[in-house]
Design a protein around this ligand. Structure first.
Ligand code: IFM
Length: 477
């Protein structure tokens, strides 16, 4: 950081040996369009499922919406300067589908594309590698009205949209993520209904998951054909799933949840098949009749990299009669066919989301993807934590978040030492933002946002992360 009143937070956690990352390790931070941009009705943008959902009473805490969010749409050049001050080597952002292709069909909206062209140019001017995510959950509402992700046609619409973005930005953007966290889109969006579009039907959730992956495969084929130099990948959110005890019934519960949370996506994307045990677990929910010949080959179209988002671990136990309902993000219906599995809390420290802090789980997750699925380069495309922050004398000393990052970066380093080809790490998130069904009540940012004034204050974690990037590693004693 260049601001002398904010000296680097070096020393806060300088314990243990110095850990240096491989040369060229890509240090970044991530955001998503609906969470930060605002300007929901400007520049030709039309509503997405998140506009409709957040404007529906009772869906988002306090009735918060992304209408203004961090006003990044208007403050983008300043925000890029902030990234440059932090020394970010890469910035992972998402393109809002309803901004560049209003309604989700037809030609591109030049004004919408212009925003992303200016963003990419600004990043490149500051020496920051743009990393573009095509879909971070903002399906154009008319496509939802036509059936949404459970409808096969949406996959084709996604590939068309991907082509429009590639035509406009493919000359300047090397790194592309098709989908961000398809589990959330499918199982929170169409299973529990905790996320937009707020539908609750297990079979629809499974169909949505399939069509999201089909759209991914079609988009990869389109991008590959027109942009052979691009580095193409997908981002999945993965959890180690641990049985609560040695009881075989708990082990079976873990197998089931691992199937739905992790293998539902990893197996088709990286092996070209659905796991047989998962298909059996879902037999009361769906007969997988929506899967057509050739779909799995399309879904498994070769990639250049895999993005892993990691936050926490699931610890599960066999169903117990009369047990309390799980919290919203684990609400029974986001686990179709396995609704009664119990999610166990172990009493370990949690974040403000109530997610258990489990840095070793990152090592486990990365090793698993590498050892069981692929030799492709891996990137942690999101990792971070929400905590309650406070501004004191103009500063935000977020020691808990800083400790979370420190622990997870040590874990990332351990994974590399164990042979995982981990090529980069993106902190979630660059700045506080609209945390979906939680609105603005949860803060994940390294930069504090005062939503009333839109003033940005880099927190201690931001200053510390800047120093990590500068050293290409973590300080020792
Ligand atoms: O804010 C989200 C992000 O949009 C997707 N990954 C998890 C983050 C924290 O919940």
């Amino acid at each position: 950081m260049s601001n002398p009143s904010h000296p680097p937070a070096v020393g806060v956690l300088d314990q243990g040996p110095e850990l240096i990352f491989p040369p060229g390790f890509l240090w970044g931070a991530a955001t998503a369009a609906y969470q930060i941009e605002g300007a929901a009705t400007e520049g030709g943008r039309t509503p997405s499922i998140w506009d409709r959902f957040s404007h529906t009473e009772g869906r988002v805490v306090n009735g918060h919406t992304g209408d203004v969010a961090c006003d990044h749409y208007h403050r983008m050049p300043d925000d890029v300067r902030l990234m440059a001050d932090l020394g970010l080597r890469s910035y992972r952002f998402s393109v809002a589908w309803p901004r560049v292709q209003p309604g989700g069909t037809g030609p591109a909206n030049a004004e919408g594309l212009d925003f992303y062209q200016r963003l990419v140019d600004e990043l490149l001017t500051h020496g920051i590698e743009p990393w573009l995510t095509l879909y971070h959950w903002d399906l154009p509402q008319p496509l939802e009205d036509a059936g949404g992700w459970p409808a096969r046609d949406t996959a084709g619409r996604f590939a068309d949209y991907a082509q429009l973005v590639a035509d406009a930005l493919g000359d300047r953007v090397t790194y592309w993520t098709t989908l961000n966290e398809p589990w959330c889109s499918a199982f929170l969006g169409y299973g529990s209904g905790a996320h937009a579009p707020g539908r609750s039907d297990g079979a629809d959730a499974v169909r949505a998951g399939h069509h999201l992956m089909l759209g991914h495969g079609l988009a990869v084929q389109a991008l590959r054909a027109s942009r052979p130099q691009a580095q193409l990948g997908v981002t999945v959110n993965l959890y180690p799933v641990t049985p609560a005890s040695d009881d075989p019934a708990d082990a079976d519960a873990a197998r089931r949840i691992d199937g739905l949370a992790n293998r539902f996506f990893l197996d088709p994307l990286l092996r070209g098949s659905y796991p047989a045990d998962l298909v059996a677990d879902l037999k009361e929910v769906t007969d997988f009749g929506h899967v057509r010949d050739g779909d799995l080959a399309t879904i498994a179209t070769p990639l250049d990299l895999v993005g892993v988002n990691y936050y926490s671990r699931h610890v599960v136990a066999a169903p117990v009669e009369g047990a309390e309902r799980a919290p919203y993000w684990r609400a029974p219906s986001c686990w179709p066919g396995s609704e009664d599995v119990q999610f166990v809390t172990r009493g370990v420290p949690v974040t403000d989301m109530d997610w258990e802090i489990d840095a070793p789980g990152l090592v486990e997750t990365l090793r698993r993807v590498h050892e069981e699925y692929t030799d492709l380069p891996l990137y942690v495309t999101e990792n971070g934590s929400a905590f309650v922050d406070e501004v004191v004398d103009g500063r935000v000393d977020d020691v808990d978040r800083l400790a979370y990052f420190d622990a997870h970066l040590r874990a990332a380093h351990e994974a590399i030492a164990a042979g995982v080809p981990l090529h980069g790490y993106f902190a979630w998130s660059l700045m506080d933002n609209f945390e979906w069904a939680w609105g603005y009540t949860k803060r994940f940012g390294m930069v504090w946002i005062d939503y009333a004034t839109q003033i940005r204050i880099p927190k201690s974690s931001a200053r510390w992360y800047a120093e990590v990037i500068r050293r290409n590693g973590l300080a020792g004693q």
